[in-house]
Write a protein that binds this ligand. Structure first.
Ligand code: AMP
Length: 471
């Protein structure tokens, strides 16, 4: 049994009348309905001529029917290609041109309904471990977006590992408010629930009031760091309301140490931070039992080998393991560049591993600043800025500088009501950092640009401040 659909379905509860989705209006969708929906979609795809390996694209709002399409595509042996619902027509044109899907679903409800005309597919189409299950386009802040090819074996291995290390059981209820066009909401979260036969409290999107209501029924929450900061911004988010929760997990972007601390202060619970990417799903995780250390993304998952490229203590993380993708869709040269000659995937994330085995990430290699010939790691400066009085958050970037090549710029969000002074802040940094690392300019903003997964878009900041040192 290698088709991911069958592996997930083996985790569905024996009593299929149990809920798979608990919806905001109080209704539920059972595992029986989910299974039947997937079988109808699969039947419809197969009878429409979709063959194993054909791509099926979906660009639609989050819904139970969209999940039925996802599972139906797997069951039919086809390849699931999710697209961010915010993509523009021009972006979609690129993906469709690149991946050449056989079917493009834009309305999951309508597709699910028309699938009722077909005979359900009762027997899952056989697939091998290395057959393609999904094509995930990377967010691609530089250059063309690339389709990461994930196989049935990749996804099954990661799902099983997470299900085990995070201690999922049929008694869990997962609070799911993530988008399902990205690996976090699509694979990490849903696969843990399916393998446990557990229900998900299903929210179309993040809304703090709905989250707080949903928590009452849940045992585990998965979110991006912005979910946690927004929850902390709501006074209704209290120790009492979270006391019964077994686990809070964060990932997709770095969790600020201040958020971790504030969360522990408020709830008495320590957020479990993990690290992953489209090309390998989850790579490292803090432990369920044992110390969860703020600022560290924890240990490599069982079966994942990790090493640091280069000869320094800090360098680009390289990985090998059962969940590591096989390459980028129809980009053999790009693929070859991102694997070492001995088969390690070069993640593009810079970090180090301490003697205890814990991994610490200091940013993306492409965000590295080279000022006056010296390497400057933005995270080092951000950590210092974030400690300064009145600073809520910071993002450090390099922009063209006539003398230094790149000049270090700090983009800072001040706490409300704080009057911050650029010269004073630069002077404080100079007291703690070598001159070449200290920001040459500090700009104050109300908000940092983020994508839907909560990642700060440093490329947009670099564009915005490109002329700061222009002469
Ligand atoms: P994506 O492929 O869109 O999921 O983005 C993956 C990237 O997100 C990784 O390569 C990291 O740069 C970043 N990322 C994910 N989780 C974390 C984390 N816990 N801490 C820091 N960066 C993270």
């Amino acid at each position: 049994m290698a088709n991911l659909y069958d592996i997930l379905a083996a985790g569905f509860p024996a009593d299929r009348s149990k809920p798979a989705f608990l919806l905001s209006d109080g209704s539920a969708v059972s595992y029986a309905e989910l299974e039947a929906g997937a079988a109808q979609v699969a039947g419809h795809l197969v009878s429409s001529g979709v063959a194993p390996g054909d791509r099926v694209a979906l660009q639609a709002e989050k819904s139970v029917e969209a999940v039925m399409v996802y599972l139906g595509v797997l069951k039919a042996g086809a390849v699931f290609l999710p697209l961010n619902s915010a993509y523009s027509r021009a972006e979609v044109d690129y993906f469709i041109g690149d991946a050449a899907p056989r079917v493009f679903v834009t309305d999951a409800q309508a597709f699910r309904a028309e699938a009722d005309a077909a005979d359900p597919l009762l027997t899952t189409v056989e697939r091998a471990d290395d057959h393609l299950a999904s094509l995930i386009y990377t967010s691609g802040t530089t250059g063309r977006s690339k389709g990461a090819m994930l196989s049935h074996g990749n996804l099954a291995a990661n799902a099983r590992a997470l299900h085990a290390i995070w201690g999922f059981s049929p008694n869990d209820v997962l609070l799911h408010a993530l988008p399902i066009f990205h690996v976090h909401g699509l694979f990490v979260a849903m696969h843990c629930a399916f393998l446990s036969g557990a229900p998900m409290v299903w929210l179309a999107k993040f809304d703090d009031a709905q989250m707080i209501a949903g928590l009452a029924k849940s045992t585990v929450m998965m979110g991006v760091p912005t979910f946690y900061t927004r929850l902390l911004g709501n006074p209704q988010f209290t120790r009492e309301r979270t006391a019964h929760m077994r686990l809070f997990i964060s990932g997709s972007a770095p969790l600020l140490e201040s958020t971790f601390a504030e969360f522990e202060d408020r709830t008495g619970k320590r957020i479990l931070e993990r690290y992953g990417m489209s090309e390998a799903v989850i790579i490292t995780s803090n432990p369920l039992e044992g110390a969860r250390i703020p600022g560290s993304v924890g240990y490599p998952l069982p079966g994942v080998d990790l090493r640091i490229g280069g000869s320094e203590e800090t360098g680009v993380l390289q990985i090998k393991g059962p969940s590591v993708f096989s390459g980028y869709w129809e980009m053999p040269e790009k693929t070859a560049q991102e694997f070492t000659a001995d088969g390690w995937f070069i993640t593009g994330d810079v970090g180090r591993q301490d003697p205890d085995g814990r991994v610490w990430i200091s940013g993306r290699a492409k965000d590295l600043i080279i000022s006056g010939g010296y390497n400057v790691y933005p995270k080092e400066i951000e950590l210092i800025l974030d400690e300064l009085a009145g600073v809520t958050e910071s993002a450090v970037i390099g922009v063209p500088h006539p003398d230094f090549g790149e000049g270090v710029v700090a983009v800072v969000i001040g706490a409300q009501g704080e009057a911050l002074d650029e010269a004073a802040m630069i002077a404080q940094c100079r007291g703690q950092l070598a001159a070449y690392k200290s920001p040459k300019r500090v700009v104050f903003v109300d908000e940092l640009p983020r994508n839907t997964m909560g990642k700060v878009q440093k490329n947009l900041l670099r564009d915005r401040y490109a002329d700061l040192f222009a002469v």
